[in-house]
Design a protein around this ligand. Sequence first.
Ligand SMILES: Cc1cc2nc3c(=O)[nH]c(=O)nc-3n(C[C@H](O)[C@H](O)[C@H](O)COP(=O)(O)O)c2cc1C
Length: 371
Amino acid sequence: MGTKAQNHVKFAHWIPNVSGGLVVSKIPQRTDWGLQYNVKLAKIAEEVGFEYALTQIRFMGSYGAEYQHDSLIFSTALLANTESINIVTGILPGMFHPGVIAKHGATADQIFNGRWAINVVSGWYRREYDALGVQWLEHDERYVRSQEFIEILRGAWSDDDFSYRGKYWQIDGYTLKPKPLVIPGRPMPEIFQGGNSLAAQRMAAAVSDWYFMNGNSLEGFKEQINNVSKMAAARGRKVKFIANAFVIARDTEAEAKSELERIIRSADTEAVEKFRVAVKEAGQSTKEGKGMWAKSTSRDLVQYNDGFKTNLIGTPEQIASQIHELGRIGVDAILCGFLHFHEETRFFGERVIPLVREMEDAASVKRSANG
Ligand SMILES: Cc1cc2nc3c(=O)[nH]c(=O)nc-3n(C[C@H](O)[C@H](O)[C@H](O)COP(=O)(O)O)c2cc1C
């Protein structure tokens, strides 16, 4: 991977560490949730230009995902078997003490040369909390807890004798040694967050490095980028944006579209319907009624992060133009899901990413020519 100009969109892929792939559909998939499959996937991804990969955290079976490997253990196993890709570990604050995760993260970051990152997810799946007897908080309160969690990570990673008085955690003179690596431009492991409600946006502006967006239209992405950027600027901060997409790249548009229809026709409708009810705990439960899945149709929910909506479905040329457009409105990275991860990650890396780079380079030459 060569040095990238600043305006180059980065690429991340979902790590299928839960069974069933990334769609709630009975369509045959060659994707597997085991370690061997995922090591090979991460190696393909780093070879073709992906810089990040994201694990999912789930404690028990949910819609279309009956089995799940632990995200933290799985992430370190992937780091041990790869060389350049950054692994973003999904963590649910309600289930862990932040001082313990700060310790796990610091060690992983030291051992694996600064390639460990975290995705702080505030949670929607109440059944897991009830099953484990862990208190389920109402929507906006979950973000109060997550923000404390992130502030404690940052404090423990940067200060000796760190103390913190929060509503959920009290820290008294904690000194973490070793701390994570300090890398130029990256003072500590990068902190991503999932969630698109107003509470999630406020938290991103205050404490996160990256804000994940569920699949959306260009307009939907623009609105979130503007809101979060404005709130962050008021605090003297800048947040990066990463957009989810379920990619179906095929030689012809007709092939891509008919693959999408096959996925939707084979949807596990019972699982999709249960998922639709469960995610009412997310954005819909806020007083604004906004956030992830607030406006999703059953068709959208067949990809459980609304990935069809981003419309990276078509030929390599069509997909590259859409990614270029996303870059122009302020999206810094794309999180990609695929039906058959191995072969489609390679196809995307070999056929789509080079076209995106050509478009970005042509636009930057045009910008310099225009002074
Ligand atoms: C990219 C991404 C990854 C996520 N990964 C997980 C996960 O692994 N486990 C989980 O329980 N929730 C996950 N979530 C869901 C969030 O925890 C949260 O419940 C959801 O984003 C709804 O937030 P909102 O109500 O603020 O919009 C993820 C969300 C995004 C955007």
